[in-house]
Design a protein around this ligand. Structure first.
Ligand code: GLN
Length: 316
């Protein structure tokens, strides 16, 4: 039943998706982080990496943009890698909140049980669990190196974004300290928040995100470097988390429509994982009202349909 995706067909479908949606000017750049408002709105790129390490691209796939919430995926993986999936389930959880990514209400409602590392609260909590405990530089190196291993190439913090976000992240500061109030953060709250802010400010390209997605799709072995980054048993865990909450309160609509486990970020990136088959990334800054890239969603939906990537479709 396994089927390999033909490279030429893949390139044609990516080209079609690009042509179909590149003129779509709906949505708006995020502006609650001032840097993001200044990114050119017309940028649009789609990249896909296959298990043999080939990457196919169209459009702006070498422009480094803010990874933002897509970074919640590698940090959740790192926390599971350093501890265990069971410990993450116990200390953070794997349940959708059904509320916006930065919801304070979700913490209040769920104070007696955890939620998920793929929303702000759980992601700050995941940063707090990264080892070595109490050591900001050591933790940052662990996160940064892990992301580079997943991408198979160097990634750097966009300093302007980091300063822009650090100067305006009042809501996230409240989240960090509210977590402390409910004993759901496992290291210093301010340090954990700073790590979270720094990881969100990493600049990645669509090409790099496609490789990250493919590394997850290939059970933790990066198909471009052939390096084993994490144990294969973590792939279904993180993919399940992405499927559950990758688009926050509209994740069900997304999964129903596309059948693609994916994670979005307010920088305009979306990363999708199809287990064993392909990793795909799309990038375009204008967002819908929930904070998900309009064009990237449309492109990925089209690609899923054309290449029959819906993970719930066993009748291929
Ligand atoms: N750094 C952003 C924030 O905390 C990430 C949000 C996102 O990409 N959804 O608000």
């Amino acid at each position: 039943m396994a089927y390999n995706i033909d490279k030429q067909r893949l390139q044609s479908v990516l080209n079609e998706a690009y042509t179909k949606f590149c003129k779509d000017d709906s949505g708006r750049n995020a502006d609650y982080i001032p840097y993001l408002a200044s990114v050119p709105s017309t940028l649009f790129g789609i990249a896909a990496t296959l298990p043999d390490g080939t990457t196919v691209t169209v459009g702006d796939c070498d422009y480094p943009f803010g990874i933002e919430s897509v970074s919640k995926v590698p940090t959740a993986l790192l926390a599971m890698h350093q501890h265990s999936p069971e410990e993450i389930l116990d200390k953070i959880g794997a349940d959708a909140t059904g509320l916006p990514f930065n919801s304070i209400m979700a913490i209040l409602l769920e104070k007696d049980h955890p939620s998920t590392p793929l929303v702000n609260a759980g992601a700050i909590s995941a940063c707090s669990m990264v080892l070595p405990k109490g050591n900001s530089d050591g933790k940052w190196n662990a996160i940064h190196n892990f992301i580079e291993e997943l991408c198979g190439s160097k990634v750097e913090v966009i300093e302007e974004l980091y300063h822009s976000e650090s100067a305006t992240n009042f809501n996230n500061r409240s989240i960090a300290w509210l977590l402390r109030n409910y004993a759901r953060i496992y290291d210093d709250p301010d340090m954990s928040l700073d790590l979270y802010t720094r990881q969100c400010s990493l600049g990645v390209t669509a090409r790099q995100l496609a490789v990250m997605a493919a590394t997850i799709a290939c059970g933790g072995t990066n198909p471009t470097t052939h390096r084993k980054v994490f144990d294969a048993k973590l792939s279904p865990r993180i993919t399940a988390m992405m499927a559950t909450v990758g688009f926050y309160e509209c994740t069900g609509d997304w999964l129903f429509s596309t059948g693609l486990p994916a994670k979005s970020g307010v920088g305009g990136g979306i990363m999708a994982v199809v287990p064993g088959k392909i990793g795909i990334a799309a990038f375009a800054p204008p967002l819908d009202e929930y904070g998900n890239s309009v064009k990237a969603q449309k492109a990925l939906g089209y690609i899923s349909q054309e290449l029959n990537l819906n993970i719930f479709n066993g009748y291929v």
